[in-house]
Design a binder for this molecule. Sequence first.
Ligand code: APR
Length: 238
Amino acid sequence: MIKDWLQESNYTVIFTGAGMSTESGLPDFRSANKGLWKQHDPSKIASIDALNNNVDTFIDFYRERVLKVKEYGPHQGHYILAEWEQQGLVHSIITQNVDGFHQESGSKIVHELHGTLQKLHCQSCGKEYSSGEYVDNEYHCDCGGVLRPSIILFGEMLPQEAFQTAFQDAEKADLFIVLGSSLTVSPANQIPLIAKESGARLIIVNQEPTPYDQYADMTIHDQKIGVFLQAVANEGKG
Ligand code: APR
């Protein structure tokens, strides 16, 4: 049935959170056992304050995340989404994730709401570097400034361009599918609501309930994302 919805829809948007990448091997943030924010206080490690006043701990934490993103990669679910874009079934992906796995698996239209771990930039002069610098234990710019990942830290301005485009996509969507987000961080969590209010069918695939399940046309809590995407891809195949 969901494959029918995909085929009927003129504009399908996929919205992903950290739950999209746990099957690649990366931890999410709020899952009971392994969530990153169950082990670290984000305000002390993922904030502009941490960068300014706790830079060694900050760099240790993000070097670890950069190494993991380089060690792991997209899983089958990412490749299915990229294939659906090729087939004209998916028009864009809005992601809160910073691992770059959607682009790595071939998706072309990806709006990164919270930036990316694939790049670093100098906190003083803004010069961009590859995150490979962290792998090589390089933490300073030619100008002497500190290199930090090009993600949005708590307390920093959000990328207006990415959010504007994401809001526009949500308004255009006939079908809007959330994959692996607790929908607890604003303003990203408003985007599925905008889609619903603009007339989209809303599907939420998440292992735990979310605050927006009540607005969804369909919620799937008992299937992992990888299994769900594979099942939809196989619908209608003999
Ligand atoms: N299949 C389905 N759901 C899953 C899977 C899976 N394989 N793995 C995890 N989940 C679900 C978890 O149950 C959880 O509810 O994905 C959700 C991930 O939620 P969070 O860990 O809160 O991640 P996310 O919603 O992306 O967080 C939003 O918070 O800290 C900030 O910037 C960070 O982008 C992040 C934002």
